[in-house]
Design a protein around this ligand. Structure first.
Ligand code: AMP
Ligand code: GLY
Length: 424
């Protein structure tokens, strides 16, 4: 099978690592990929959201399956373009991807179907939103409607923060048209967990659970980030809780999407808050999470191409997934300055040493080659991922590998997985 992987982050390196293991693979391309992916695939210099160029490439190279990592090309309609050209592609259509691409669409659908989520209001005028936040109870959460590279959500403890968020999103238009509409919702308390499932729009196959660590600093302090680390599975989601989330959330959403004529095929990612009143949806993503993918995919034993093909073909019924029972921990090494403006260009050393630690893979995210030197080139630079007989061992290994890596100014959380150890 000739495969084209779209994207360039740590999630895509983890996908490439799994795809490269498939005995069915004959050739793997990545667009644009990164230096880590380049050890597994031929990287081509096409941006992940350059839909037309990707389509031309896939036709010319007779690609059998295209796998889309990030959300932007999905929301932009890469799947529609490929399907129209008769090409197979893993990922939802633009209409289905609205589940992530528009928080207003997502919340309205949840409300319509009665799926538990925070109470909310939608605003189309800055004036009305500003009036509302003046009189509201706190804390509350202000969200830009559209995609904002993970920056469009602000949890506000007090009114000035909410006013500033409304101004940034709706008046200054910091995220462009993503800020034409706003969702303002109640702040939920509890533990967060990520539930990811493969679905072909009929059958849902839930993946192993994971927990992300969104804040920059230990003990969930500091600004929100794309994710500073993850582990899988998480004991915070028991088997019963997982079944409840499938029953109360995943199944009704997939059905609702069918009723809206937006059949969802691909990875459905439910960001959940486990509240005292039960599990509630924070958001949906329409692709693998990053860094959840790294922690989940190192545990996958089944052939990922088989699973993806079943999703695309609509034959997920009867499929099952074989997992490595050992837990995995992914620790992100982020560049100086992340999540604000990052300083790039610092050399990265010690990867060979890190890779010699048992059951450890160092996934690249924001890296680049400068001559013979590997350098930091993005916010999240590496995702150091280890398996262990238990979470403690997985964590020890991942942190030993982090210790072996030299990256000046690296920001690393030292508590990835601690919540699971505390609650165990
Ligand atoms: P989202 O992109 O919607 O997942 O939001 C990013 C992060 O903001 C989430 O992972 C939560 O940590 C936080 N968040 C979003 N919505 C809420 C909410 N209603 N209550 C509390 N925290 C939230
Ligand atoms: N780790 C959260 C996300 O991928 O959106």
């Amino acid at each position: 099978m000739r495969v084209l992987l779209v994207g360039s982050g740590g999630r895509e390196h983890a996908l490439a690592w799994q795809i490269a293991k498939s005995p069915r693979l004959t050739k793997l391309f990545a667009a644009p990929g990164n230096p880590g992916i380049a050890t597994l695939a031929e990287c081509v210099d096409i941006a992940a959201d350059a839909v037309e160029t990707l389509l031309e490439f896939a036709k010319r190279e007779r690609i059998d399956l295209t796998v889309v990592g990030p959300e932007a090309p999905l929301v932009r309609g890469i799947t529609d373009a490929f399907l129209k050209a008769g090409l197979r592609i893993f990922g939802p259509t633009a209409e289905a991807a609205e589940l992530e691409g528009s928080k207003v669409f997502c919340k309205n659908l949840l409300r319509k179907v009665g799926i538990p989520t925070a109470a909310y209001r939608v605003f189309t005028q800055a004036r009305a939103a500003l009036d509302y936040v003046k009189a509201a109870d706190y804390p509350l959460v202000v969200k830009a409607d559209g995609l904002a590279a993970g920056k469009g959500v602000v949890v506000c403890a007090k009114e000035p923060e909410a006013t500033a968020a409304v101004e940034t999103i709706m008046i200054q238009k910091a995220y462009g048209k993503a800020g034409d509409r706003l969702v303002i919702e109640d702040c939920l308390a509890g533990q967060e967990a990520s539930i990811l499932a493969l679905t072909d729009g009929k059958t849902i196959l839930t993946l192993e659970t994971a927990q992300d660590h969104k804040r920059l600093k230990d003990n969930d302090r500091g600004p929100n980030t794309g994710g500073m680390g993850a582990y899988s599975p998480t004991p915070l989601v028991s088997r019963e809780m997982q079944e409840r989330i499938e029953r109360e959330i995943l199944v009704p959403v997939v059905h609702a999407m069918n009723r809206e004529h937006r059949r969802f095929k691909g990875v459905l990612y439910a960001g959940m808050m486990l509240t005292s009143g039960g599990p509630k949806v924070l958001e949906f993503n329409v692709r693998f999470g990053d860094p959840e993918a790294q922690a989940i995919l190192v545990r996958l034993r089944s052939d990922i191409l088989d699973l993806m093909e079943r999703v695309v073909e609509g034959t997920l019924d009867g499929a099952s997934i074989d997992w490595d029972p050992r837990p995995a921990v992914c620790v992100v090494m982020a560049a100086k300055g992340y999540p604000a403006k990052v300083e790039a260009g610092q050399p990265i050393e010690g990867l060979d040493e890190a890779g010699r630690i048992p059951d450890t893979v160092v996934f690249h995210a924001g890296t680049a080659r400068r001559g013979d030197t590997l350098v930091a080139a993005g916010g999240r630079v590496l995702g150091v991922t280890s398996l262990g007989k238990d979470l403690l061992e997985a964590r020890k290994r991942a942190y030993a590998a982090v210790q072996a890596i030299r990256l000046e100014g690296a920001q690393v959380r030292s508590d990835i997985g601690s919540k699971a150890l505390r609650d165990a």
